[in-house]
Design a protein around this ligand. Structure first.
Ligand code: HPA
Length: 270
C-alpha cells in the first residue's frame, strides 16, 4: 500500500517540480475552482499509477498541480466513492498521495443534504466535526507506520483555528457560512425520513456519502483539514419532495461562483 502511494508520488514529482503546500479536494459539481488555478500539470486519474477513476457524473477525475496566486497547490477535481464499490484504501489513495507529496493542510469539499432545518439549499457549511456511519473505519487493517500511529486521535480533525480563519475570510468576501457536523453514510441510496430524524437527534447537521475516509487518512498523517459542505438539498423528509442527483447538480451550479470565491479567498490567505 505505502509502495503504491509512493510510486504515485514519484510519478507526480517526475512531471512537476512544484511542491504543493495546500491540497484541495473538490466534490460533486464543485470543480470550477480549478479554472482559477494556474496549472502546471493536469493528470487524469486514469494516468496516475494506482489511482482509480471516478464513475460519477459531475466528477471529473483529474489532479492539477499549479499555483493559486503565489501559493503552490494540488487540486483533486473529483473523487472516488465507497458506494462505487471501491475499497477504502482506494477511496483514501489520492488523499494519501497528496499527503506524501507534502501538503501542510487540506481543504475538502462535498455536496451534502441539510439536516439542520435552519439551513437552506445553497448554504455553505464549514464542517466542525464528523460522525462516521459508513459502516467501516477506512484504517481497518495493518497499520502503515510510515503514515501514522495505530490509534490516531480524531479530536481535532477539523481544527478550530482553520475554521475561525475561514469565517474571517468568508466575512471579508461577503459569503455567508454555516457551521455544523457532517454525517457520512456509504450510500448510494439517499436516506429515509426516519434515518434523517435519527441523525438529527444524534447531532448531525448535514449528511453525505464522502469526505470522511479522506479526513481520517489526513488525521492519520497529522494533516489538518478545513471541510466545506455545499448544502445542495434538504435531507429526506424535510420538504415534501423527492431527492435526486439532478437537484444536487442544479444547486452546485447555482452556488458555484460563491463557493469558488470562498475557496480561492481561503487559498489567498494561507
Ligand atoms: N444525502 C446524502 N448525500 C447527499 C445528499 C443527501 O441528501 N445531498 C447531496 N449528497
Amino acid at each position: 500500500m505505502l509502495k503504491s502511494v509512493d510510486t504515485a508520488v514519484s510519478f507526480i514529482r517526475s512531471r512537476t517540480s512544484i511542491q504543493p503546500a495546500v491540497g484541495v479536494i473538490l466534490g460533486s459539481g464543485l470543480g470550477n475552482v480549478v479554472e482559477a488555478i494556474e496549472g502546471e500539470i493536469s493528470i487524469p486519474y486514469s494516468e496516475i499509477p494506482g489511482a482509480r477513476a471516478s464513475t460519477v457524473a459531475g466528477h471529473q477525475g483529474r489532479m492539477v498541480v499549479g499555483r493559486a496566486g503565489s501559493l503552490p497547490v494540488v487540486v483533486l477535481q473529483g473523487r472516488v466513492h465507497f458506494y462505487e464499490g471501491h475499497e477504502m484504501h482506494d477511496v483514501m489513495f489520492l488523499a494519501r498521495v497528496i499527503g506524501r507529496l507534502g501538503i501542510k493542510r487540506l481543504i475538502v469539499t462535498n455536496a451534502a443534504g441539510g439536516i439542520n432545518t435552519s439551513f437552506k439549499p445553497g448554504d455553505l457549511m464549514l464542517i466542525s466535526d464528523h460522525i462516521n456511519m459508513m459502516g467501516m473505519n477506512p484504517l481497518r487493517g495493518p497499520n502503515i507506520d510510515e503514515l501514522g500511529v495505530r490509534f490516531p486521535d480524531m479530536s481535532e480533525a477539523y481544527p478550530e483555528s482553520l475554521r475561525s480563519e475561514a469565517k474571517k475570510v468568508a466575512e471579508s468576501l461577503g459569503v455567508m457560512v454555516q457551521e455544523g457536523v457532517y454525517l457520512a453514510l456509504s450510500g448510494p441510496t439517499y436516506e429515509t425520513p426516519a434515518e434523517i430524524r435519527a441523525f438529527r437527534t444524534l447531532g448531525a447537521d448535514a449528511v453525505g456519502m464522502s469526505t470522511v475516509p479522506e479526513v481520517i487518512a489526513m488525521s492519520h498523517m497529522n494533516i489538518p483539514v478545513l471541510g466545506i459542505s455545499c448544502i445542495t438539498n434538504m435531507a429526506a423528509g424535510i420538504l415534501k419532495q423527492k431527492l435526486s442527483h439532478q437537484e444536487v447538480m442544479d444547486t452546485t451550479a447555482r452556488v458555484e461562483k460563491e463557493f469558488t470565491t470562498l475557496v480561492l479567498g481561503l487559498l489567498a490567505r494561507v
